[in-house]
Design a binder for this molecule. Structure first.
Ligand code: F0G
Length: 414
């Protein structure tokens, strides 16, 4: 395997483990070029199925189980917390509300640190260990931070995190602090934090935002696992919340490889859903623009996707184009409606950012977008426990009573 510039007009190649973040020729983003796999599709599916009975930590991981499509490392270097293996949950009531007939949720919030970021971080930190990095860093709206902090702790590396001050949920901050990461709070947005970190890359720090091609490799396995769960029959539509657009890019790469190596015979249409107040990608699509214009002051209740200048938009637009899907945005009210519905009707607790994908189904079906009988999968990217503030603002508060015997008796109507 090698690193390759994502821009096909450039396609410069570098050795796989070159610690570069961008193409030295054109400044474009890099991706891992997957080698042809020396197995037939049926034999690979059989192998992956057998690994589910194994006790090898690589086989237990829902990322490394699919390692034929990942860079190769000695088993002892792999830093895993048993990530992946998240269930596919059917959403009958949400489907009925939205007016569709076949809706399922891939809840990535049931990963070790509570978000899909663990899937990329197991790969990114393993690469950091392999190249001998000592300090790993990222800018984050909170989830990447928590995942980096956990996997860095496990690997014995120093984790350094740049956060927009006062703009991330307390629980995400608590996770990163508890895992022992060094935290720098920036007066500004996520985009400012990312810019600040990019200026520091020359100081011997290994950079682990989603433009890191190894993180994309880990995240791409989500779609291998999903297809495995669906007996390798792709759904008609896949909805993904969009922030920095790493996940959309990773899923696009997954479907390209799954098709190329004969593991599936068609891919779903990919629908990227942004928050209306942080919607530069949806706007670019609506206006049919060829370049992304950043949103200067992104604002949404879904703090995880409060991003105005997504780094991976070129890969994400390619993924949309190849799949024939679309890009849309939903309001905070629509996000909260979906968030409530998931919890109250389905018993599924996710972050507001995750509920954007479900809000997208409701909105698009009201416009008649889905054909009758369409099979739809929404990715839920983070656990509701990450952001209790939203839940607490949204519910009737519990009744507080005096616990003396008389008061309890009175309450029970005795
Ligand atoms: N959902 C959640 C819960 C997230 O935390 C993020 C991104 C996204 C969706 C969007 O994913 O960036 O790949 O398009 N969170 C990042 C972070 C930015 O720092 O935790 P994306």
């Amino acid at each position: 395997m090698q690193l390759r510039c994502f821009d096909p007009a450039c396609a410069t190649r570098l050795p796989l483990h070159a610690p570069a973040l961008e193409c030295p020729q054109c400044g474009g983003l890099l991706e891992v070029e997957t080698d042809p796999v020396p197995y037939e599709a049926a034999a690979l599916k059989q192998l992956w199925s057998e690994r589910r009975r194994s006790r090898d930590p690589r086989d237990i991981s829902g990322v490394w189980r699919y390692r034929e499509f990942l860079p190769e490392y000695p088993a002892r270097e792999i830093v895993t917390l048993g990530e992946g293996n998240t269930p596919l949950v059917r959403g009958h009531k949400t489907a009925a509300f939205a007016g569709v007939s076949d809706l399922q949720f891939k809840h990535l919030g049931w990963n070790p640190t509570g978000s899909f970021k663990d899937l990329g971080m197991t790969a990114g930190i393993t690469e950091a260990v392999h190249i001998g990095a000592k300090i790993v860093a990222c800018a984050s709206t909170g989830n990447t931070a928590a995942a980096l902090a956990a996997y860095a702790a496990r690997a014995g590396l120093i984790g350094r995190i740049y956060l927009p001050a006062g703009q991330i949920s307390l629980n995400k901050l608590a996770q990163s602090l508890d895992f022992g990461a060094e935290i720098v709070q920036i007066e500004g947005s996520f985009d400012d934090a990312l810019n600040m970190l990019l200026e520091k890359t020359s100081e011997g720090i290994y950079f682990l935002n989603s433009i890191n091609p190894f993180r994309i490799e880990g995240q791409k396995t989500t779609m291998f696992e999903l297809m495995d769960q669906l007996d390798w029959k792709a759904p008609d539509y896949l909805l993904v919340p969009g922030g920095n657009l790493g996940n959309s890019s990773a899923f696009g790469k997954a479907f390209d490889e799954l098709l190329r190596f004969g593991l599936i015979d068609r891919a779903p249409r990919m629908i990227v859903v942004q928050a209306a107040g942080a919607n530069p990608f949806a706007r670019m699509w609506r206006e049919q623009a060829s370049e992304l214009t950043p949103v200067a002051e992104p604002e949404t209740i879904a703090t995880a996707i409060r991003i105005g200048k997504p780094a991976s938009w070129q890969q994400a637009i390619a993924a949309r184009d190849e799949s024939g899907g679309l890009i849309d945005a939903v309001s905070d009210e629509e996000i909260l409606q979906a968030y409530d519905m998931l919890a109250r009707l389905e018993g599924v607790f996710c972050e507001p950012a995750s509920a954007a994908s479900v809000a997208g189904v409701i909105k698009l079906n009201a416009r008649g977008y889905f054909e009758p009988g369409a099979r739809i999968v929404c990715t839920l990217t983070g656990n509701g426990l990450k952001d209790p503030d939203t839940a607490m603002k949204n519910v009737t508060q519990p009744v507080t009573i005096d616990a003396t015997e008389g008061a309890v008796r009175k309450l029970l109507g005795d």
